[in-house]
Design a protein around this ligand. Sequence first.
Ligand SMILES: Nc1ncnc2c1ncn2[C@@H]1O[C@H](COP(=O)(O)OP(=O)(O)O)[C@@H](O)[C@H]1O
Ligand SMILES: [Mg+2]
Length: 579
Amino acid sequence: MHMSSDSIAYCAQSPWLRNLTLRENILGESAFNRVWYGTVTRTCGLQTDFSTLRKGDETMVGTKGISLSGGQKNRIALARAVYSRKPVLIVDDILSGLDQSTEKKIFHRVFGRNGILKRSNTTVVLATHSIHWTSYVDKIVVLDSGTIVEDGTYRSLSSRPGYLQHLKIQRDIEPVEDGVETASVHELVVEEPGTSSVHAAFLTDGENPVNRRSGDIRTLLFWLATVGWKHLAVYTILLTFSTAATTLQYIWLKWWAESTASKMMYMSVFVAITLADIVLVGTLIGAHFSFIASTDVGSITNRFSQDISLVDGTLPTTFINTTRGALSFKNLSASYAPMSEPVLHGIDLRIKSGERIGVCGRRGSGKSSLVAVLFGLLYHRSGEVLIDDVDVTSITPALLRSEVVALPQETFFQPGTVRENLFPWKVESGRPPASDERMTAALDEVQLLLKLQDAAGPGQSALDLRLVNAEELLSQGEQQLFCLARAMLMEGKIVVLDECTSSVDIATEKLMQQILRQPPFSDRTTIAIAHRLDTILDFDRVVVMNAGRIVENDDPRILIETEGSLFRALVESQGAAQS
Ligand SMILES: Nc1ncnc2c1ncn2[C@@H]1O[C@H](COP(=O)(O)OP(=O)(O)O)[C@@H](O)[C@H]1O
Ligand SMILES: [Mg+2]
């Protein structure tokens, strides 16, 4: 097939956003057309998001979309692709990051038979593992291990034994009318678990994959560039003053000891210098989320604990006392900036060591904010949070991050070997790095060892394999499994999972869910934000959030039996969307 890349719009599975305003991200290279822009953003459900932002679509995205949820990023990327009005649109599994009801809405509005793409006569190739949309497309292609194993219309494939029949599809809402081909999606690539996705084929055709930076100096330069030279200059000046203040303290003490003049004068100056030093040091290391987001080192922080420790290994972390992993939120209200409205209100939650808690609730209900507290990213306005018996605000962020293991939705890799990527925080934690045996065992457990060994070549250890471009070697699911192995090797007694399985295929999700129920995870206190509620039905407890408050907190088996419970309603709405 020959086609200029000018006529194809492509929407990747990991949304690509630039640090510009939301509007600029949607416009991309296209010119602004008010009517079309309005139509596209409405269709992609973005106008409600805009209305919640003070600056609307003029809001800056921040590096890699720091302040946006995974679903919002997906919808912005989709809006950009639709806005560009190219005759061909290739979409790689963009729907999987959306919650069920949004997914349904977006599918119908964008890809449905009266959807915006049908109306603009766009040819669509959709790679997906959401098989419930297969009845809406003109043609289905099923891939397995890189080859096409089935293709045809929904009716022809579902009437004969094969992948589609095997998956027992029940159609969502309106059935396709007999004999009428009304679907708008022209081709749909259903991926068998483990299959490489369609975008690889298109990317290598014409477009060069971006060459990844590698090497330690480049990592440092990359970090410096992310921070920005302006902030670095301010940091350097503050650091200089702070160092000077510390030195002055010693000198002043010496003068004081040698002098016979008024003690009061020496004392006051000493206190003044000390206070200045505390303020400066506080400014340097006490930065909260609002600072980080507005100065755009956000993407690093967003990836939670382990990743920021790659670059700030200087905070003291040697005085760890191992925790048991008990947690209590006591009437906590917290906000993202010192003066902004709290996003969490009166949170009361006691979690015993080793307990497994599922957190659910609608988008924006405060689930991510609840766990962000455990990484010291929010301002506590009232109440407190204790790990064992220690108030988290009294612990340095670095220490906090070594006690709380995070598995976020976004995967993260640095240029370096597999070993370095498995244990990137070895230096600053003060702990010995995990042994090669443990690392190899962890890779084996997540079923990546063979693949990495193959890639390393004969006689080479998988651990020494250099990951120049991890995104190219590993599929989205495999990247997430790699991060799971990384989390396995951490020692922290508390594990936080933020919808980490929501954008992987079914087989990977199953494997991850299984591993998360085995040691070492089964011995740790687990807090899992769940996208799919069936993944937390066997948990000890479920916390349902609504508008920044905990509205239900009980055994999921009890909640699901309770007439009128929000949890039951959420489970039912998911069931309806899936069937
Ligand atoms: N970085 C941020 N800065 C300011 N407000 C935020 C930020 N992230 C989330 N919020 C707000 O906090 C509230 C809860 O959001 P969040 O915790 O992300 O919900 P959920 O994870 O349940 O979707 C929302 O009103 C959201 O707008
Ligand atoms: Mg969230």
